[in-house]
Design a protein around this ligand. Structure first.
Ligand code: AHR
Length: 496
């Protein structure tokens, strides 16, 4: 099979936004406890943070981390997680049927974020709580001093405000599984009033309203329409969440998951613009894709937690080569929409459906999915370019015929042009050609591929580097880039 791409540095979609390389730390399973935090671990620092996980977080190239949930946040009392650890209460976490001992809270997470050099994106509880508690946590986190809660923060060992700029107004409030689930109208009103109050405290916060939990929700579209009609002037972003897995063994559709991500992004943007038009507003709402990943959700649903435990091993999906190719292709979709998607968070960071795994008391390692994320974060720079793809198609049960090859490119004066390409064909390699005359005289500076004869290969504590990117044989000959893309493969090629 053959495919070709056409691109030009003049065809710019938008800037590469660093916040596209976000992640997510929820009080869920072993993401916090024995994930980022494990006092007594051989690599733990003076605050009990695992040094090996911090190092891998930096290597992953994460820019912003959403916290503290997720479904967890809808039953969370933020004040349980501040002050002397010994006197913090132990609570039930209804979302994950777990016990939360509150050994880590806002101050610890903010400290961890500073060490990891990431921005904090903080979600407030609009499931079982409301405007007053959102104002309280904002006062604690961001008010300089001289008030009850800001002085409490200072007394608790954080003299400087945490300066959180990006706030989520609840989590997945459209989902019947959410504690305190609401109708679009109920939620829209609460989100608008919470936003208005937060802005009275600090006008230039960036606020995210909850959109749909996935594009198949029965309320998808209507939910965004109602919520945005009620919050348009108060919020900056609307959220999207999406998880993908091969259902009923349908790997062809799974490999084409970015088709759904494209669809979802474009429909939410269109709905937001329709609301803006109705309101005769010049304002443009941007999108916060603040949960996305491969998640074997059906396995979790078949075997939900039954025991009440602290930090039980939950959602510890082990990712293979195909999963990594899908993650790479979802990053292509996010980059392609960088005119509209302002924030994106891969869910989650460590142990829980995560690119990083960490053994309690033992080593941490990179899952297969770590690699496309880390390479995309490291190499995407400057502007995102629109790429025209001419590719054979593959049939899928879910999305019909889809192009086997998908791609996006970025371009910057000093980094050159970087192509991100995926071959979603299950069995056929593709010979790729890309005429590069528009870029002047260039050669391949760096090229990596992620693929394996065994697409089910995984990394593990005993074989942590079984699946790693390998240098690819891409080359520029007479102004044309040529590369062989094996079946089920993801690639990044930098020319300059
Ligand atoms: O990331 C796991 C869960 O997925 C989150 O808690 C929730 O928001 C979503 O349904």
């Amino acid at each position: 099979l053959t495919a070709s791409l056409a691109l030009s540095p003049d065809h710019v979609v938008g800037p590469v936004r660093r916040r596209l390389f976000g992640s997510f730390v929820e009080h869920l399973g072993r993401c916090v406890r024995t994930g980022i935090h494990e006092p007594g671990h051989p690599t733990a620092d003076e605050d009990g943070f695992r040094g090996d996980v911090l190092e891998l977080t930096r290597e992953l190239g994460v820019s912003v981390v959403r916290y503290p949930g997720g479904n967890f946040v809808s039953g969370y009392r933020w004040e349980d997680g501040v002050g002397p650890v010994a006197s913090r209460p132990t609570r039930r976490d209804l979302a994950w049927r777990s016990i939360e001992d509150n050994a880590v809270g806002l101050d610890e997470f903010a400290r961890w974020a500073r060490k990891a050099d990431v921005e904090v994106m903080y979600a407030v509880n609009l499931g079982t709580r409301g405007v007053a508690e959102a104002l309280d946590v904002h006062e604690y986190a961001n008010h300089e001093g001289g008030t009850h809660l800001s002085e409490l923060r200072r007394a608790n060992g954080s003299p400087e405000p945490h300066g959180v700029r990006l706030w989520c107004l609840g989590n997945e409030m459209d989902g019947p599984w959410q504690t305190g689930h609401k109708t679009a109208h109920e939620y829209g009103r609460l989100a608008a009033e919470t936003a208005r109050a937060l802005r009275q405290a600090e006008p230039d916060l960036e606020l995210v309203a909850c959109g749909s939990s996935n594009s198949a929700m029965p309320t998808f579209g209507a939910w965004e329409d109602t919520v945005l009609a009620l919050t348009y002037d108060q919020v900056d972003h609307i959220s999207l969440h999406a998880y993908y897995e091969p259902l009923d063994g349908d790997v062809a559709s799974f490999l084409a998951s970015a088709v759904d991500m494209d669809y979802f992004i474009e429909r939410v943007a269109a709905t937001a613009d329709a609301v803006g038009a109705r309101l005769k507003s010049d304002k443009r709402i941007t999108l916060s894709f603040d949960e996305w990943n491969v998640w074997y959700l059906s396995r979790f649903q078949a075997d939900p937690p039954t025991e009440w435990r602290v930090a039980p091993p939950l959602l510890e999906d082990v990712y293979d080569v195909t999963d990594a190719v899908v993650v790479g292709s979802l990053l292509i979709s996010l980059l392609r929409h960088s005119d509209r998607v302002a924030v994106a968070c891969q869910a989650q960071l460590v142990n829980v459906i995560a690119p990083i795994r960490a053994e309690p008391g033992g080593p941490a390692w990179r899952q297969t999915t770590f690699h496309p994320f880390a390479l995309t974060s490291r190499l995407a720079a400057g502007d995102v370019l629109r790429v025209a793809v001419d590719s054979p198609t593959v049939p899928t049960a879910r999305y019909g015929d889809v192009p086997a090859v998908d791609a996006v490119a970025t371009h910057s004066a000093d980094g050159g042009t970087v192509l991100f390409v995926v071959n979603r064909h299950l069995s056929e390699p593709v010979e790729l050609t890309v005429p590069l005359a528009a870029l002047g005289e260039v050669e391949v500076v760096e090229a990596w591929g992620l693929h394996d004869e065994d697409t089910t290969a995984t990394n593990s504590v005993t074989e942590p580097d079984r699946v790693i990117p390998t240098p690819s044989s891409a080359a520029v000959v007479d102004g044309v880039l040529r590369a062989t893309l094996p079946p089920v493969s993801w690639h990044v090629i930098r020319v300059a």
